[in-house]
Structure formats: structure tokens, C-alpha cells
Design a protein around this ligand. Sequence first.
Ligand code: ADP
Length: 370
Amino acid sequence: MPRDPVLRGPEPGDEPPDPSESARSRAEPADGIDDGFDLDDDRLDDRLRPLSLDEVVGQTKVVDRLRIVLEAARLRGDPLSHLLLDGPPGIGKTTLAMVLPRELGVDVQITSGPSLTAPKDLLPYLTNASRGSVLFIDEIHRLPPTVEEFIYPAMEDFRIDITLGEGLNARTINMPLEPFTVIGATTRSGMLTAPLRDRFVNREHLDFYDVDDVIEIIRRNAKKLKTELEEGAAVAIARRSRGVPRKANNLLRWTRDFADAGRHPAITDALAAEALEMLEVDPIGLDSLDRKYLQALAGVFGGGPAGMQAIAHSMNIAGETIEDEVEPFLLRVGFVQRTPRGRMITAAALSHLGLTLDGESDQSQGQLFD
Ligand code: ADP
């Protein structure tokens, strides 16, 4: 299996790449065919990603703790302790995982749980890890058990046990590794086995951002994209971003495309409002997938209770997408309730969308919302 590249730490005098240049060239398909607008397309993210801890907006408690861990590692000349980052998609886990080795000036290798199907897939990463370098494993909750067991001694004692031969002739070789750091990222920390979780000395949870932090991220990224953005436009985009920087980036990109296509030099408040309306993201950030979910719950399941998989099936969409990207926000804004018998729509959701519970009598509605 081809390995992902090893990224070198920064050299003195390194210039950060020009974000506007590559963002534009990557955003425009070479064949001129637009593959449609995808709210979760993160082709631009590498260019908008903060390069140092100072550029990371919000998550102040997490950042403060990471600064201490970094400083201690620097002073002692030790590798960073293994770190687990958990939180919803697009919240900054990869960003932090890339910033830390950059701050330390060490190499980083990148892989992900699903691409490591057997210990042999992990082996080259471990043997290539230089002293103090970082191995970033995205979606670490999806590591197969055999790979998980293989990584334990690597993380704990910086050694691996390799079995050669079979049956009576089998021998186990103990191979030492350079001390290195695993940074794991997961959207489902609950799915991690206890032994794996315990091997992470530092564990940080990244939470949704408040609107002010998202506004700040949008302002900074508009500058990186060399786009002029009015204050009201930044606020309107932030309100629709659901506290998720990746969503903010993508909405910013869309409004910028909208402005560019109309030959407008800046994203004004009015232009942003028009662009966001066209995207069908409503003022509190509900997108068409959220509405489809709520409509299915209200229409097909009479408001619930309904199992998550059943709702996902009726929408013809993966259960994981619903669980990771739709429900957390709907639960947060109080549009859905999780009960032992399944998901239920709330009165707030029905009134926000102007929906009724198809096929439900007044009496059962009363029971639902009492
Ligand atoms: P995750 O790994 O959690 O899915 P990412 O780290 O890829 O999320 O974040 C997506 C994008 O959001 C980044 O490329 C970056 O532009 C932006 N971003 C995320 N967190 C921050 C932050 N704290 N400050 C500034 N930008 C951020």
C-alpha cells in the first residue's frame, strides 16, 4: 500500500504558501467542469489551516494546555506525550495535529484508521518514525483490533514484536523504535477501546465554537483568500456555520464564488444574504440534509420515536453521516430528542419548519410534547 508523504518540519525562513493562489487553482477543476457545490468539500482547508498555535482561534483551554505540554517536551528534549483529540468533524482536530509538530520543528506522517487494515500497513510508519516525530492517525476509532494490538507496545515501550515463520519454527523478534508521538483524532471517542484510550497520556475534547470565534476565523480566512468582506457578511456566515470552522470556510468560499461570478469586488452584507439564501442554508444554519431528516421524522415516522438507522434508511443516507453531521446540531438546538425508544422531533422544530405531524391525531401530539 503506498504510504502518505512524510511532511518535514519548517525550515528557517520558510514562507507560508500563498493561500489565494493555490486555493483558486485547486478550487477550479482543470477540465472546466464544475462538480457542484458541496458544503463539506474541504479542498481548500489545507490553505486555510492555521500554521502555528498563535493562529488557532478559540478552544483556549485546550490550546493553553497544549502549550504547556509543548514547552515541557521542548525543555526536556523528549517527544510529546501521545495525544488524543476528539470532537465533531471540521472542528480543528487535524489543524491542531499539524500545528504541534510544526511548532516543535519535527516530521509528521499522516494516516487513518480505515487505511491500516493489517499490522503490515502500520509497520513502515513505525520504522520510519524519526526521534520525536509525530504519527497522526485520523479516525483512530476505526483501527482494526489486530492493528490496535500491534500499536500498543509501539506506543508504550517504543518497540514492536514481529513474528517470523509459522508453527514450530515461529520466532518473535523484538524491534526497537525511535521514541515518537501518536496523535489520534476521532469523532467517536466512545468507540475507542479502553486499552487504546489509556495509552494516550493527553486527551482533549474540541467543542463547537461560539459565534464570535467563528466570525474571527472567517475574517482571517477572507484575508488569506484576499477577499474583502463586510462585517455583516461575516456575521451572517458565522451564524449559519453551526459553530464548525469547516462549514464557515465552505460558506465563505461559496459567497466568494458568488461575488466573483457577479464581478463584485467585495462580499457586501446584501451580497452575502443573497448568496446564502441561494444555498438554502437558513438563518440558524439548517441545511437541506437537516430539513430532509426532520421532514422524514415528522412525515414518515409521525414525529417519532424512530430509530436512527430507520431514519437514515428512509433518507437513503449512511447512518454514520446522520450521527456525526446531522444529529449533533439538531440535538444542540433542541429540534430532536434522543429517547430510549428512538429519536423524537420537538415542537420547536415543527414550528421552525412550519411542519405538522402527518397522520398523528391531536391527542398523540399532546402526548409527544407534554
Ligand atoms: P477536523 O480535523 O476536526 O475534521 P480540521 O482541523 O480539518 O477539522 O478543520 C477544518 C478547517 O477549519 C481547517 O482547515 C481550518 O481552516 C479551520 N479551523 C478549524 N479549527 C480552527 C481554529 N481553531 N482556528 C482557525 N481555523 C480553524
